[in-house]
Design a protein. Structure first.
Length: 307
């Protein structure tokens, strides 16, 4: 079996409650809310689902617990066409879980990392890694052991002829440790959002940050929400506007964008066309609550007029 894409990273259920009273009422009285959903969460899991939906032969490898949350994640990924045979089931540590408390546009996001921080590159089946044309790693700062392994592991993957990408996502500790630079230097594509690009570069201007990061990573793609995206290769920026959307929920937009970009790039599209496809996938993913419910097929994404 050959995979176009192996995603390595975070997978956890998201429990999303909407219409949550503010301030959050502690005090042991029961309150009713407007809505609740159990959805596929974790940047890596959402990216993998988006890629499979776009038609890439996709595998996901990460760590889940031997519990109901872990079984939910494995079956939800498999239902969406993602191969999960390389996932590690941790017998002793629970699956990560995120609770999202939403009130209109604003939300509190509370994550228990569970077994995510225990993932190591050595957990991953070498045969699975060797079977992938491209390896994408998500959520660097939630997985410190994998993070420590990443520069050498990415370098080995590249030596074997495959390519690599990294979406660090946010650093909940706000520390943005210097070690990430060595991982970025082994990434063929770096996919931060704007705030993350600024923090990674230690700069306060996105154009300067993208340019600085592109001296290290092969290609830098910065996601800018409703302002679209901008990429750097060879020093000069290439911007694409957002595909217009009336978002219901932007959770996972960046991960769906990643899937679109990788589908374009691995499919042989040029940089501009890959960015347009990514922007369409990010925008379309906002049509429904949760990260995966509204992820587009390739036909739907191309139907927005991107080529
Ligand atoms: N409100 C929006 N309208 C249209 N496109 C959007 C919107 N929000 C996000 N997107 C698309 O999704 C991409 C990723 O969203 P962004 O919020 O920047 O990333 P992240 O989810 O990682 O924070 C954007 O670059 C854009 O193409
Ligand atoms: Mg993101």
């Amino acid at each position: 079996m050959t995979f176009d894409l192996l995603v390595v990273g975070d997978a956890n259920p998201d429990v999303v409650l909407t219409g949550v009273p503010r301030p959050i009422p502690f005090g042991q009285r029961e309150r009713l809310v407007d809505g609740a959903a159990l959805t596929v969460g974790g940047s890596g899991a959402i990216t993998a689902c988006g890629a499979a939906r776009l038609g890439l032969r996709t595998a996901f490898a990460g760590r889940v617990g031997a519990d109901a949350a872990g079984r939910y994640m494995l079956s939800a990924l498999a239902e969406r066409g993602v191969d999960v045979s390389g996932c590690v089931v941790d017998p002793a540590t629970p699956t990560a879980l995120t609770v999202v408390l939403a009130d209109g546009e604003d939300r509190a996001i509370l994550t228990f990392p569970g077994c995510l921080p225990l993932l190591r590159a050595g957990d991953l089946d070498p045969a699975l890694v060797a079977a992938a044309r491209h390896v994408h790693v998500s959520s660097y700062f939630l997985q410190p052991r994998l993070a420590a392994d990443l520069p050498d592991w990415f370098a080995a993957i590249r030596r074997s002829g495959a390519t690599t990408s990294l979406d660090t996502n946010d650093d909940p500790a706000g520390a943005w440790d210097g070690g990430v630079g060595a991982a970025i230097a082994q990434a063929d594509v770096l996919l931060p959002n704007e705030a993350e690009a600024l923090a990674l570069a230690g700069l306060d201007d996105v154009l300067a940050a993208g340019k600085a990061l592109a001296t290290s990573a092969g290609l830098v793609v910065v996601k800018r929400g409703a302002a679209g995206a901008v990429a750097w290769r060879d020093g000069s920026p290439l911007s694409v506007p957002a595909v217009p959307a009336r978002p219901v929920d932007t959770v996972g937009a960046g991960d769906s964008f990643n899937a679109g970009f990788l589908a374009g790039w691995l499919g042989g599209r040029d940089l501009a066309a890959s960015l347009r496809l990514a922007a369409a996938c990010g925008a379309l993913s906002t049509r429904a609550a949760g990260g995966t419910a509204a992820q587009p097929t390739m036909a739907e994404a191309l139907g927005t007029g991107v080529d």
